[in-house]
Design a protein around this ligand. Sequence first.
Ligand code: FDA
Length: 329
Amino acid sequence: GETDQRMSPRVGPLLREVARLPGDGYNPSAVSVFHQLVVRALPLMPRALVWRVARRYVAGTTLEDAVRTVRELNEKGMMATVDVLGEEVDEPERAEAFLEEYVRVYETIEAEGLDANVSVKPTMLGLVIDRDLCHRSLERLAEVAAARDNFLRIDMEDRRTTRATLEIYRSLQARFGAVGTVLQAYMRRTLRDIEELPAEGANIRLCKGIYIEPRSVAWKGYETVRLNFLRALQALLDREIYVGIATHDEFLLCGAEAEIRRRGLSRNEFEYQMLLGVEEELRDVLVGAGHRLRVYVPYGRDWYAYSSRRLRENPRIAGHVIRSFLRGS
Ligand code: FDA
């Protein structure tokens, strides 16, 4: 093995149980025992092993890697949004360094003539340690985006950040225009947030949501979240808000198609969005149908937290990690 292969006695039985489970196929309606075990076992895996499967979800560790990936996507008629990996930053100096990296991303997109905008996580710019610092940094990025005819997407993180993120989004949107954020269909507050959003110039990515939230704030059922996604999509479109429909769920894509058709929306009035390394066939289907599609392209050295969330969504791949760990390969 390339890394520490020892198992603590407490961990052993759990992992062996995981390895015995079939775990083939992805059946999201029934969050299986396999899934739950995989999710619990993943943090115990050596990083080198996780990287072997996680790297499909990221462009690489450098901006050059991201540029190469974006160029390939652009050649296939797809747009991109570039994300620097990192979150939960608790030192102002690191937050500042990430801010400078993001400025470099905007400069590079322009210099290389790429069809891409930028996505940023507020906790990477220090939201949790210092909201004002985060606000100022996002303001700087909104300014840079506007000056370069580009766009800033503020990603949505967990429930601690929802209110602050929406407030910062609203103030920057009003001032700079070229700013959007994200709403999560699993949040119970989302329909209300849509009602309260100033519709003028708004640009919202709608996704299911990936953080682990308590039932007091989030819908938990798989079908419930789907239902709320479609309701939120309707509410956004009713208000004539530009939506980035961010999902790989065929059921939702089917519902979205019907909604778009019924309203007679044209190509420029919305876009689809998907994550790098996920459901490439569906991407091609949407582009082939003449839709605009944007791929989320993360890069950087802090790939672990993001990739773990992706693996959590894909217990089959995560299961491979655990099996190869047990095989010692
Ligand atoms: P679901 O998870 O049910 O997946 C539907 C199907 O897609 C699965 O059946 C499977 O085939 C495939 N699939 C999904 N994930 C996969 C994976 N990792 N590997 C392989 N196959 C996979 N969340 C958030 O909280 N804040 C945010 O800012 C964002 N931003 C964001 C941007 C973009 C462009 C996308 C596409 C998604 C996000 N998300 C997000 C993540 C989002 O909340 C959600 O977790 C994922 O999109 C997965 O949900 P789906 O709607 O795809 O459904």
